[in-house]
Ligand binder design. Structure first.
Ligand code: GLY
Length: 388
């Protein structure tokens, strides 16, 4: 049935994981909420592997982001249970841990550096010999030289997560307008809602821009609202593991091979997700022979036995990246407009904390303390919104 309500406390532009979790949590705070998206539940989450890799994806200079990532990872068990209850379906949350391994001396040196950084950040990770790695994961190549055991980096299934969020939103009374948002409407120096492609105008006390990599493209954004988000392409493969008494892989396995990151995420369902390329190619989402070749070549060096597995899907998606790789959250420079975008490599991981932070900002006008370093109004290169 077509949605006829047009006046809301909050309108969320974008129905990917971040838009849906924001809408669900906003509705939970008693706000009359709508989502605008021609195909809610689509987007990058349909491609993402769903690693909750706060510790294994730590980078120098991203210690503040680490705190947000860890806060969200800590919320995941309760979030998964609450969402499963609300939707009547699970999200594939699996507390399986991660093993990051090295294949040669260069990889090992890079992994040792990561280990030192993790130790400086007070993180609990354990260095293993190659033999110890293979004892944990017998399918690993004999050439594995060592690895880091990270028992706290788990996984969720992004496709199950979006399906559950859609159902939970519907059950919480969120309205779905299945159309493109043509333009942000502004009146008296405030965002007042959005005009849809269909010609329908939605009025909102607050509008949330949660359009992933496309967030900057909404017409009507005034010049003082910077949305420094660009697409970063990731190609991902899906294979099918054999059913059997011994699991093919029991945890996420990842490595840096010749400078490129490769990861293998085994699901209970038998799906094995292999990702991901990282390419600056604008809006291109072509799956290329070169991308598939590189992923399979690198994954095969880690786990030679995977060449026997059926390859069931190849796909590319776009990560919404910002200049500092961290999300843009909460009130923007335009009253009435909030941002929930720019989650780059961490959209699935950051879903719980983003939903909570945005719901708080929508209900009270203020981001909670833990989200303030990621304010949508923070400066890049010394000037708000300007990319250095
Ligand atoms: N976090 C995994 C990726 O962005 O490829």
């Amino acid at each position: 049935m077509e949605e006829t309500r047009t006046s809301f406390d909050a309108v969320v532009v974008g129905g990917g994981v971040i838009g849906l979790v924001t809408a669900w949590r906003a509705a939970g705070r008693g706000l009359r909420t709508a989502v605008v998206d021609p195909r809610p539940g689509g987007g990058a989450a349909q491609v993402a592997a769903g690693m909750l890799a706060a510790v294994t994806e730590l980078h120098h200079g991203e210690e503040a982001l680490l705190d947000l990532n860890l806060a969200s990872a800590a919320r995941y068990p309760d979030f998964a249970a609450e969402l499963a209850e609300a939707a009547g379906a699970g999200i594939g949350y699996r507390a399986c841990g991660t093993l990051a391994v090295a294949l040669d001396a260069d990889d090992r040196a890079e992994l040792r550096e990561l280990h030192l950084l993790q130790q400086r950040c007070g993180l609990d990770t354990q260095w293993l010999t190659g033999r110890e790695c293979r004892k944990l994961e017998p399918m690993l190549a004999p050439g594995v030289r060592g690895g880091l055991r990270v028992d706290g980096d788990h996984q969720a299934d992004p496709r199950l997560l979006t399906a559950a969020l859609l159902t939970a939103c519907e059950r919480a009374g969120v309205a779905f307008h299945r159309a493109w948002a043509r333009e942000l409407t502004v009146s008296g120096g405030r965002a007042t809602g959005v005009l849809l492609d269909s010609g329908t105008a939605l009025a909102a006390g607050a509008t949330v821009l949660a359009g992933g990599s496309r967030s900057a493209g909404l017409a009507g954004l005034p010049p003082e609202v910077a949305v420094p988000v660009r697409p970063v392409k990731g190609q991902v493969l899906r294979l099918r593991m054999p059913a059997g008494p011994a699991p093919f892989l029991s945890r996420t396995v990842r490595a840096v091979v010749r400078g490129g990151h490769v990861y293998l995420v085994p699901r209970v369902s038998g799906e094995l997700v292999i990702g991901a390329t990282s390419e600056e190619r604008g809006w291109d989402t072509t799956v290329t022979a070169g991308g598939v070749y590189e992923l399979l070549r690198d994954a095969h060096e880690l786990v030679p036995g995977l060449t026997e597995l059926p390859l069931v899907e190849t796909r590319a998606g776009l990560r919404p990246a910002t200049p500092d790789n961290a999300p843009l959250l909460g009130p923007s420079a335009l009253p009435g407009l909030h941002l929930a975008t720019g989650h780059h490599r961490n959209g699935i991981l950051l879903a719980p904390v983003t939903g909570d932070a945005l719901a708080e900002a929508l209900a009270t006008g203020e981001l909670p303390d833990y989200a303030r370093p990621f304010s949508a109004q923070r400066a890049f290169g010394g000037v708000p919104g300007v990319i250095a």
